[in-house]
Structures are given as C-alpha cells and as structure tokens.
Design a protein around this ligand. Sequence first.
Ligand SMILES: O=C(O)c1ccc(O)c(O)c1
Ligand SMILES: [Mg+2]
Length: 595
Amino acid sequence: MRTAIATVCLSGGLVEKLHACAAAGFDGVEIMDADLVAAYESPEEIRALCDRLGLTVDLFQPFRDFEGVDEATFADNLRRAEAKFDVMQRLGADTVLVCSNVATATIGDDEVAARQLGELADRAAERGIRIAYEALAWGRFVDDYRHAWRIVEMADRPNLGTCLDSFHILSRGHDPSAIEDIPGEKIFFLQLADAPALDMDVLSWSRHHRLFPGEGSFDLTAFLGHVLRAGYAGPLSLEVFNDTFRQTDVVRTAAHARRSLTWLADRTAEAAGWSTDRLTAAAAPLAVDFVEFKGENLGPLEEMLDRIGFTFRGRHRSKPVRLWSAGETRVILNEKARHEAPQLAAIGVRVDDAAEAADRAESLGAPRVFRRTYAGEQDLRAVAAPDGTEVYWNDQPAESSWVAEFDGGGPEQQLSGVVDHINLAQPWQDFDEAVLFYSSVLGLAAESSTDVPGPSGLVRSQVMRTDDGVLRIPLNLAPPTAPVPAQHVAVRCDDVVAVAREARQRGLRFLPIPDNYYDDLAARFGLDPSTLDVLRELDLLYDRDADGEFIHFYTPIVGGVFLELVERRGAYDGYGAPNAPVRLAAQRENGTVTA
Ligand SMILES: O=C(O)c1ccc(O)c(O)c1
Ligand SMILES: [Mg+2]
C-alpha cells in the first residue's frame, strides 16, 4: 500500500508540512497550488526537498473551473493550464487534479466538456502530464463521479482519467458500487476522507468538517473495497479539510493521519478476505482491570474511597502506590507525581493476549509507555492515548498477578462493584484523534454523539464502547475556551440507595443536587412521593427509558477527578444524559475539593 496526504490537511508552511509527512511515514503528497504559491521556496527547491525526504509529488491540486465554458474563457483556461504545467514540470509532478467547474461553466453539455478536457489532455500529453478529473459534490453541471467518468470516457485520451474522492461520493449518498465499472487504470487518483453525519450544505461540510478515516460515519471500508476491486493500484491519499487539524501540531496531526490509513487498510483487507495490510486482530477487552489516579496529594481521594466503602488493599512493595478495591473495581493511587493535582492517569484492560494487543497498538503508531518494574513484578505493556492517558493490557487475573505486589491491606470487601464507565474529558484538539485511537487500538465502537448544555458552553459527548458494555469510555469535548473538565470513573453496584446511605453515614460529601431538579423529576416521570423523597434526601439522580432505570450520584471534584456510583435497573443502557447539565452546573457552583 502506498500512502499520500494532501498538504491542505496540515498546519504550517509547505516545508514544515513536507517534513511532517515524511516523519509520519507517508510515501507521497498532494501539493495544493495555494501552498506552493505562498512558499518562498522555488518549485525546484520543493522538488529537491521531497527527494531528500523520500516523498513523491503524487498530485498537483487543484486546477479549477476549466470545462463547460464559452470559447473566450476556454482560450484563457488553456493559457492558465500551460502556466501551471510549467510549474508542475519544475516540481516534478506528473498528475494534475482538475475538479469539475463550480463557477464559470455556462454550458451543461457533456460533449463540450469532453472536447475541452480532451484538448487540455492533448496539451498535457506533450509534457508527459496526466489529467485526473474529479466531480465536486457542488459542481455546476458535474457533481457525480459517474457523470465525470462518462465525460472522461467520451473524451477518450490515454492521459485523461478520473479522480475519486470519497467525500463527494458518500456525502451525496451516491452508490459507490458503480466504481467497479471503471477500469482501474482509468482511476488516476483516490482521495479519502471521512465525515460526521451533518445536515448542512455540502460545500461547508466539505471545507470544514472532513475527518480522517475511522472518525466519522462514512463506510470507507466498503468504499475502498470497490476502488480496489476496480483494479486501482495508486496511492491511498488523504484529503481532509478540517478546521481543527489545520491548526494543530503538524507532526502530531500527520502521524494521526497516517494511523487512519493503517486502520482503514486493515479493515478493508479483513472485509475482503485479503491477507495483505493486516494488523493483529483487536483483542476484545474482557473487563476493566484497574484505573489509576495520579497526583501529589491523593489523601482526599483516598478518604472518599474509604467513605464510599472501598477496601484498602495495601501499599506497593517498591513504589509510592496504594491499592483500593471494591469487588472487581481496583483503584490505584499513585503519588509519584510532584506538584500535580489529582488526575486520571491510566486504565488497565483485561484481554486474552496482552502481547498481541500491545503489538497491534504499536503497529498503529501508538506511543509506547515504559514503567519502572523490578524483578519479580508483573510487567504490563502500555501505550499512551492522545490525551496522555495510559492504556495497559493484562492477560492474567488481576488478583493473582499484579495485585499480589501490594501488602498491608485488608482482604475483606465491604462494597462490591465493577467499573461501569470511564469518562475522559478531551482537550478540544484531541477529540477526533481519540475516537480513532479507541476504535483502532481497543476495537471500541462509537455511539452517536450528543451535545450537553453546560454552564461554560456545549459539551460534546461520544461514547466509545464494547458491544457487551464491559468497557465504556464516554469522551467529552469541552468548548475550546472552557477549562478541560474533570474526568471521572463510575462504579456500578447492585443497590446504589444503600451505598449512598452508608456513605453518607460515614461522612462522604456528595455533589449537592438542587431541589428544582426533583420538582422536574416529579413532573417528568410521575414518581411516587416516597421514592422522590429518598432521591432528594441522598442527592441521587434518576433517569428512565423504555428499557429500564438508572440511579446515580457523584462526589465533589478533587483536583481534576471525581467518582460516580451508579445502578442500572432492567436493560437501561445509557448514562443519565438528561442529568448531565444539572451535574455540570452543580460542579461549577460547588467548586473543587482541594487537598
Ligand atoms: O473544496 C474544494 O475546492 C476542493 C478542491 C479539491 C478537491 O479535491 C476537493 O475534494 C475539494
Ligand atoms: Mg477531492
């Protein structure tokens, strides 16, 4: 598989972009005309740099508004084209993207378009240049890849082919299966982009909201399958116009982009039953092994765990680390971090084969994390997620592996619980990368995203989960101007009312819930007054849908983290989303418990 990326995907100047593309391991680039125009380096210098970096210039793009025009405009368009062909020869690019006319076309006649493109191709042929004609979704007369292909066929020139762009095809809901009717050698170029399902005009959608494969809702696996079955043998090239990626760190975004192609190639090969470009299979998470909080002073958090009913299991033999548990919920408190407020540092996942899971993560370019381990201690492999959260794999039962490294605690369990979900707040620029990370590295599926109104703006929430729900990671995206919200771990138990009552008796502080909330609950659900009284008395939140009920409560925030206790009744599968605005507002009013 050869890979390429369009320079429009990235931030920075052209030279910086080319360095980042090479560092990420791309084979080639699509150079956007505008990026070259704005560079001080000559086309010859850019060409030499690409040579040194081992990059080929696979496409020069785009040449706009060429076909379907009157004769005077056509003559001027040929003059423009000749000037760009000069640049391409200096740049060492042999394929130019001509996208369907959106502005100056006045003649909606395929014969005219074919004749004009044919003449352009003949001029290009004299210089060994190929023309790739692409239907833009908002083209004036040509907005469908099948139409662009008919015109290319009609013009019938060896150096005129088509460029397929997944965005223009899938955004319009056009059936991609007819791609297989195009001879592979006439598909001169392939541009790949994903996108979220948005109901908006297609030009704005395309120019601002494209995503890397695996981050949106297009079925790119099926799409690429059609293209490869047609016999296309050129590079898989990313063309992702996205407001966030155009301003994030160029080296990191290029690496992120490259990971999306590794993932897509693997998915496509698997779907088609091919043995090339495969990764080791994603090991299905079987359970949450542990969560780890890190910070300078974890005393207040420890006190909370104690009051909730967690059991102290002991100190680590060789590290400043303590373990608390409640049934299958294991919480590691790590005080190694100096001058840091408590934060969620790591997630441990139980799998069948930890080495295989870690190998897969590393082939996807996830950065490996190293931890000091001593002889006789379990060495768990780990990588860092985009926001820095470490993900560990363990294929041994926790209690008979790393848990044995802790001494001095009690074995008795007061509370029995499992980790229900782990809520990871994402810095605004990491969100889409995190979606790809959790789907590609851990094999989690994305549920549809929702927007929660909070006091500092809308919080976008997207749950990444296994089908069976043993691992659920809601990702939250706060507005760019708001502070990154706290992260939390939710523990599921069988009787949250009893847990809340006992915790209150032990002196646990709860996140106080306003009275108005309970008046609203009464109105929405018609709960009987005694149930409502219990909820109100214990600061419990409630939700119900056709499948069941959800009752939960929150602790205050400590540093950057807090805890939630939940009970699911019946087949309720949500997270109490209607209560999230109330929680966000209450957290803002009640500030943070400091150490
Ligand atoms: O938005 C555009 O103008 C544009 C240009 C070139 C492309 O390949 C494309 O898909 C879109
Ligand atoms: Mg395109």
